[in-house]
Design a protein around this ligand. Structure first.
Ligand code: CDP
Ligand code: MG
Length: 699
């Protein structure tokens, strides 16, 4: 079948085929009238001709239908339609009727607090309104911060789609180790940590006309520091507009902090949400979630379900359980689409949660608290809330940072419930008792600044010339001892002198941006340290351990073990992968996650670029372990622990800690250990450990 390039050509083609077909019909009918006088071969020939005819008619029909299809639905109108519907959706958002008032308020005030329900359009619309109102004239940028990487990426993608531009051109995002922006970018979504870093290169943020600190209610460490810095620069940059956007929480406090800045409220459209509690506490909330989802699926009218869990492992387990039970129930139930969402999920999988649910099916999104306010998924009617979240906590006395599953706050629980009432009246199933809600949950979440290690932040503020940290304008100041401990550690590392001033700038820059290891110790093995830093950035997802192949996976993992500790093992994995030509097959055979390795490679490339920018030459020790262990030890000497009665005791605080079972030194148990981080999961574990190299001078 010949392809036609134009309608007239297509017509011609059809006409000639039609003539040909008519000729065939004539031929066959003549043949049939001559029946009886024909030889066997002639009959065969006739059958062949009939076959040809049928085949030809088929082609002819195809040709006609493709021609008409082309005629009635040209491709262009499809795109046009999509564009139209996107514009309709934009106009239907709760923020739209307030567009003019909002722009007027922004014109009038330098700092404005904006409060609106999740999903009202703050994050996706306000930057576009500002752009339409001329705030990017003269090449100025509009910056919008997000506490979460996933939100920054997904929102930027959505806005690029709404504006019909390619992501990374006019609309882009920047998250650590991934810069999807260009010279042309005027709307820039970024994590709050990335904007903080921009202060290092542009202390007055001169290229921005507007900064939106979004999701302010999350009160992440970086957002809190941004509050202080931006309030300060707003004083000497009267042309800079500052918008503090938040869900309906705490807005009076923001206003108060920003010298009584006015609050612009976007009235939400919220439908009532019925809340159900359990009568008794749930022993196993994961199982309870699975059962609740299936119950909803079987007994409740149409509507999607959102389940809040605390992290990747739990989410994966829940999804597996759900899929398995659905398989067992087979055709007894209608289709249930189970979709996970968490920070490390690849972005194509993340995008799936926004796809509309096919008719007759039900979607279940199993999420971390990323879906609490940062992401809005349309169509959710049912929320299942076990009442937990994973939270960082920091003990300044022992220097131990732990990630613990704790009950979430009442404010969080209410935000979660609110997700059920965005499109229609909804239901929220709380897997805890009404008593627990009242008496066991905190009113609000403690800001991160009060429960984290401040080392990097102190260094960053000092690099910006802010020496007096005690009097820095914190919205909620960190505990005094946390600040003191951070200063002490930086002094011990040689980053600060005895007056608390910065020592070597390049060193600090390197420390802040690139690795956690002192430059002087890295010089002989910077190539290797970059690899290790890159691998550590994806560390918890390198080894793949499927449930049905645990033994094989563990054997494969053991094959990578080399003496010297977990960092050297990570380096070994990366080096072998490079030798395999970055092979996917190699990863598959060795139970290594290709995706994580690819990410490590990206991170490494970026780190290399940064090193180049600050003119630090790279140097390799050819994989020899002593210089590497020396550099790592110099960076982490304060994380030393000594073997003591089955466990270890940290040198500084005599805290009992244990080697993580995943560690290459789990069996060996050397007398001295240094750890990368301490985490509290089921016990106080040291993660990424290495033993003290005997030649280490800085120890
Ligand atoms: O920031 P806020 O919570 O006020 O709302 P938003 O994130 O701007 O979302 C506004 C609308 O855009 C919602 O209806 C979302 O469903 C939609 N949206 C989307 O479809 N895909 C995204 N990646 C982000 C938002
Ligand atoms: Mg938002």
């Amino acid at each position: 079948q010949k392809m036609c390039n134009s309608a007239p050509e297509c017509h011609e083609n059809m006409k000639s085929r039609k003539n040909l077909s008519l000729e065939m019909i004539n031929f066959v009918s003549t043949a049939i009238t001559m029946k009886g006088t024909l030889s066997e071969n002639t009959v065969r020939y006739c059958v062949f001709i009939i076959f040809l005819y049928v085949f030809h008619t088929e082609c002819y029909n195809n040709l006609v239908s493709s021609y008409f299809l082309q005629e009635s639905e040209p491709q262009l109108s499809q795109a046009e339609k999509q564009k139209q519907s996107i514009q309709e959706v934009r106009r239907s958002l709760p923020i739209f009727p307030y567009r003019e008032d909002l722009l007027a308020a922004i014109r009038e005030h330098q700092i404005l607090v904006i409060e609106g329900e999740t999903g009202s359009g703050k994050t996706t619309q306000i930057p576009q309104y500002l752009l339409e109102d001329g705030y990017t004239e003269g090449g100025m940028k509009i910056g919008c911060t997000q506490p979460r990487r996933v939100a920054a990426m997904s929102v930027a993608a959505r806005v690029a789609q709404e504006m019909s531009v390619k992501l990374g051109n006019e609309v882009g995002y920047s998250i650590r180790f991934e810069d999807c922006t260009s010279e042309r970018t005027i709307l820039k979504y970024m994590t709050d940590g990335m904007l903080l870093r921009e202060f290092l290169t542009e202390p007055d943020l001169a290229s921005y006309s507007v900064i939106i600190i979004d999701e302010a209610h999350e009160r992440t460490l970086h957002t809190d520091i941004l509050f202080g810095l931006i309030k300060d620069i707003a004083r000497f940059r009267p042309d800079l507009k500052v918008l503090v956007a938040s869900a309906t929480l705490d807005t009076e406090r923001f206003s108060c902090f920003f010298d009584d800045a006015p609050v612009f409220r976007i009235p939400g459209r919220r439908f009532p949400v019925d809340i159900y509690y359990t009568k008794a506490p749930e022993a196993d909330y994961l199982e309870a979630c699975v059962v609740s989802v299936l119950q909803i699926h079987v007994t409740q009218p149409a509507g999607d379900v959102l389940v809040f869990l605390t992290g990747q492992e739990e989410i994966e387990a829940c999804c597996e359980l759900l899929q398995e039970r659905c398989r067992r129930l087979g055709s007894k139930i209608s289709e249930l689409l189970v979709l996970p969402i968490y920070a490390n999920l690849p972005s194509d999988m993340q995008a799936k949660i926004f796809n509309p649910t096919p008719p007759g099916a039900r979607k279940v999104v199993v999420a971390t608290n990323i879906a609490e306010t940062s992401l809005t998924i349309d169509g959710i009617i049912y929320v299942i809330d076990p009442g937990f979240c994973k939270q960082k906590s920091y003990n300044a006395r022992t220097g131990m940072e732990s990630l613990i599953v704790t009950p979430c706050s009442r404010a969080s629980a209410n935000q979660r419930a609110g997700r059920a009432g965005r499109v229609a009246a909804g239901k929220c199933f709380r897997l805890y008792t009404a008593w627990a809600f009242k008496h066991e949950m905190e009113e609000t979440t403690v800001p991160e600044i009060q429960r984290t290690n401040l080392g990097n932040v102190v260094l960053l503020l000092k690099s910006l010339g802010i020496n007096d940290l005690i009097h820095f304008d914190f919205m909620d100041p960190p505990p005094h001892e946390t600040l003191v401990l951070a200063l002490e550690q930086l002094y011990a590392l040689g980053a600060l002198n005895h007056l608390g001033e910065l020592t070597k700038l390049k060193w600090n820059f390197c420390y802040l941006l690139i690795t956690d290891y002192p430059l002087s110790d890295v010089v002989t093995c910077s190539e290797e340290i970059l690899t290790i830093a890159a691998m550590l950035s994806v560390n918890n997802s390198i080894f793949y351990r499927p449930k049905d192949k645990v033994v094989h996976a563990d054997n494969a993992r053991m094959n990578f073990v080399v003496p010297g500790g977990d960092h050297i093992v990570l380096l070994n994995v990366y080096t072998q992968w490079v030798e395999s030509g970055y092979s996917t097959q190699w990863c598959f055979e060795n139970f290594i996650q290709f995706r994580s390795m690819k990410r490590a490679r990206d991170v490494r490339d970026q780190l290399e670029g940064l090193m180049d920018r600050i003119e630090v030459e790279l140097c390799s020790c050819n994989g020899e372990s002593v210089p590497i262990r020396k550099a790592v030890t110099a960076g982490y000497f304060y994380n030393t622990a000594r073997l003591s009665k089955g466990g270890y005791k940290t040198v500084k605080h005599q805290q009992t800690v244990y080697v993580h079972p995943n560690s290459s030194l789990f069996e060996e148990q050397p007398r001295w250990m240094i750890y990368h981080e301490l985490v509290f999961t089921t016990k106080e574990f040291m993660r990424q450990v290495w033993s003290r190299p005997s030649l280490c001078s800085s120890f």
